[in-house]
Design a protein around this ligand. Structure first.
Ligand code: NI
Length: 254
């Protein structure tokens, strides 16, 4: 299995990171995409991935909750970071209208500039979209060369198919395991398997039976298991398909 989205540089792992990584390995996780989202976390992801080369694969981006009036210098910083570090994706970036819509224009601008950067540097995008699915779609559909993944996708099956038509993958995480999560299960059932990824988003969104606890990459197996049941497909066969999808999208070498 590959956990296509984790933040295990988070301070909640500071005491037992070694154990968390060993636990992931012992549970069959053989790669983890380590996702940065701010100046600090891009550094943390890169440093940690250097320590676990060939197991952790770092990315860099500016999350919508990190945008500020300094966005021009942030974008210069980000391009500089890409030029000076081997990263496997641009993101997470995107739009988040859940807590704050007062800075919509700023979010849209910073997101669109990151889409352009991803094309310039031929990097897949890792998209965070919360309560902003239409604006996210409208921006991505302006750029035919944009590609990447809708991380922890929570929208409808209909929208998922539209993102796939643009060239995007759909990544499902913990919520697909929740008993009453009708929509993520519909997405898991309805999208082409060659466009699906799985993730944990550790330390957030732990799957059943760990719901409410700190999430960790080993738990991605619960996401795999849930989808194999929903699709009625052999778990090993599904695992292989999803691994191949992730390796292909992020160009993960050994
Ligand atoms: Ni995340």
């Amino acid at each position: 299995m590959i956990d296509s989205h984790a933040h295990i540089f988070d301070e909640s792992f500071s005491l037992d990171l070694e154990n968390v990584i060993n636990n992931a390995k012992n549970n069959g996780v053989n790669k983890i995409v380590l996702v940065g989202f701010s100046r600090d976390t891009n550094d943390l992801a890169y440093q940690l991935a250097t320590k676990y080369k060939g197991y952790l694969y770092p990315t860099c981006g500016i999350h919508p909750s990190e945008v500020s009036d300094n966005y021009l210098s942030d974008l210069v910083y980000l391009e500089d970071f890409i030029n000076n570090h081997k990263v496997y994706a641009l993101g997470e970036c995107g739009l988040d209208y859940h807590y704050d819509t007062s800075n919509k224009d700023l979010q849209l601008k910073v997101f669109e500039e990151q889409v352009k950067l991803s094309i310039k540097y031929n990097l897949p995008l890792i998209i965070h979209s919360r309560d902003a699915i239409n604006d996210t779609y409208n921006i991505l559909s302006k750029y035919k060369e944009a590609r990447g993944v809708m991380h922890c996708y929570s929208g409808s099956l209909e929208m998922a198919l539209k993102f796939i038509a643009l060239g995007f993958y759909i990544s499902l995480g913990g919520p697909v395991t929740f008993k009453n999560a009708r929509v993520p299960k519909e997405v898991a059932k309805g999208i082409p398997l060659d466009k699906l990824l799985i993730e944990t988003d550790s330390p957030y969104l732990a799957p059943t039976p760990y719901r409410g606890k700190r999430n960790e990459p080993a738990y991605v197996k619960e996401v795999l298991k849930a989808i194999s049941e929903i699709r009625n497909i052999d778990i090993l066969e599904l695992e292989k398909i999803l691994e191949n999808n992730t390796i292909k999208l992020f160009k993960l070498e050994d």
